[in-house]
Design a protein around this ligand. Structure first.
Ligand SMILES: [Zn+2]
Length: 158
């Protein structure tokens, strides 16, 4: 199951990536709707949108689509669970920013991590595992942020 979202659903796109789903987000551009529909069609992606007009166009072209009702992220994720049965298991699999597959950083590559100003130096000595997106350079680890994510996921499963 692969998705593509409109620009109103950037947050939802990031959460879907966090659950391991290949999710594209259309960038601001001319003829945005056409570009989006073309991508959905060519890559067989499910269009997830809050835009009724766009959804109608997609259905006409035979693209599988879902019109999101809620504005809150937790409710949106519940909708996705109900509609597609998505699994609510956070994983370090995919870059939440750019959708590329991420990989574990090897011990000899730690300078890639220490070069990031958002990684505190004392993290590096703690044996923390890091993941890297080769495409955009984002570094991930299971810090405080990860605890919050896991808590949210638990709430969603109830
Ligand atoms: Zn990335």
């Amino acid at each position: 199951m692969k998705f593509i979202t409109d620009r109103m659903l950037g947050r939802l796109a990031r959460w879907l990536r966090l659950f391991g789903y290949d999710t594209l987000e259309i960038k601001k551009q001319e003829n945005e709707d056409d570009a989006l529909l073309e991508l959905a069609e060519n890559e067989v992606r499910i269009l997830v949108s809050r835009d009724r007009v766009l959804v109608r166009k997609a259905i006409k072209r035979g693209i599988r689509t879902y019109l999101v009702q809620s504005s809150g992220i937790m409710e949106q994720l519940k909708e996705m669970q109900g509609e597609f049965g998505i699994s609510i298991e956070p994983q370090l699999d995919r870059c939440t920013l750019c959708n590329s597959v991420i990989r574990k950083v090897k011990s000899e590559e730690m300078e890639l991590v220490s070069a990031k100003d958002y990684v505190y130096p004392d993290r590096l000595g703690e044996g923390t595992e890091f993941w890297l997106c080769d495409k955009c350079g984002q570094v991930y680890w299971q810090g405080k942020h990860w605890v919050n994510i896991m808590e949210r996921a638990e709430r969603l499963k109830k």
